[in-house]
Design a protein around this ligand. Structure first.
Ligand SMILES: [Zn+2]
Length: 289
């Protein structure tokens, strides 16, 4: 069996329900290689990455979808991002020991912020409480509030893989609720092991063998961080000359690590001087005389 990171759509023919399957293998390993996480933390991050990928179909043209958990508990920060090219990145920050188990024990009181950035449009943000049996349930409550379309998702992650299953009623469907209910009941019998280990075809057959399901070709998924020296320079300029020069004075150079990919950006005194003198004298880029 060949393992492949993929995003894959499917449809239930004649009954107006669509679905998606995602599997993260090498891309998930790439995330884990950059940061060692305790199992309870990586389990949540893997699920969040599978989730943003499932939801990335809502990006209309070019852009990205970001899921952020902000809370008071042991796992206090979780960020997962997927772009329209199905590139993912993510990070988690925690304190103390993070227990495995209910959302409330893992995150404490907190919220889930979902941001959709479509190129050339104002970002759209939805916020729900971090409540429910698991991350999938918390995300579902976002859909039940913001969209009329019935939506369900299932997520799983371990040290090797992360995976997700998503089903949604089609907007054109005038609604035969019994079809939706039947499909949702069948999908809900999925186990974590099946989600993580079964090939796409076998998984769909196991769940929906009495339905007529059309599975589309997989789209590749990659781990890719969008950080760059240019972006870090913008951050340093925003911090201000005084602040950056005091770090320089203290440490001899300014070193910034990207939290997502752990890449290190180093600025020596000459770089810093150029950064701020450049910012002062550079003309507006599109001005012509
Ligand atoms: Zn990076």
């Amino acid at each position: 069996m060949t393992d492949q990171d993929s995003f894959r759509r499917f449809v239930f023919e004649h009954i107006g329900v669509r679905g998606e399957l995602v599997r993260l293998d090498a891309s998930w390993q790439a995330v884990l290689e950059r940061h060692p996480y305790p199992a309870a933390v990586s389990n949540q991050l893997g699920q969040a990455l599978a989730a943003v990928l499932l939801l990335s179909a809502t990006i209309k043209f070019e852009g990205s979808l970001i899921l952020q958990a902000q809370s008071q508990g042991p796992l206090h920060t979780l960020v997962a991002q997927a772009t329209h090219r199905r590139a993912i990145r993510g990070l988690a920050q925690w304190r103390d020991e993070v227990p495995a188990g209910a959302l409330q024990d893992i995150y404490g009181a907190g919220r889930l912020v979902l941001t959709i950035q479509n190129e050339g449009a104002e970002p759209y943000q939805g916020i729900v409480a971090l409540e429910g049996a698991n991350l999938a349930e918390a995300i579902q409550s976002y859909f039940s509030r913001s969209e009329q379309l019935a939506t369900r998702l299932w997520l799983a992650a371990d040290g090797e893989r992360a995976a997700g299953l998503f089903i949604q009623e089609l907007p054109a469907q005038m609604g035969n609720p019994t079809d939706w209910q039947r499909v949702a009941l069948l999908a809900n019998t999925v186990t974590e092991t099946e989600l993580l280990r079964l090939p796409d075809e076998s998984l769909l057959y196991r769940l929906f063998n009495e339905e007529s399901v059309r599975l589309f070709e997989p789209e590749p998924v990659t781990f890719r961080c969008s950080c760059s020296r240019e972006r870090i320079e913008t951050v340093l300029r925003t911090l201000g000359r005084k602040e950056v020069e005091s770090v320089l004075k203290e440490q001899g150079s300014v070193n910034v690590n990207c939290e997502f990919c752990n890449r290190r950006y180093a600025f020596d005194p000459v770089d810093i001087h150029a950064l701020f003198s450049g910012a002062m004298t550079l003309p507006a880029p599109h001005t012509q005389h």
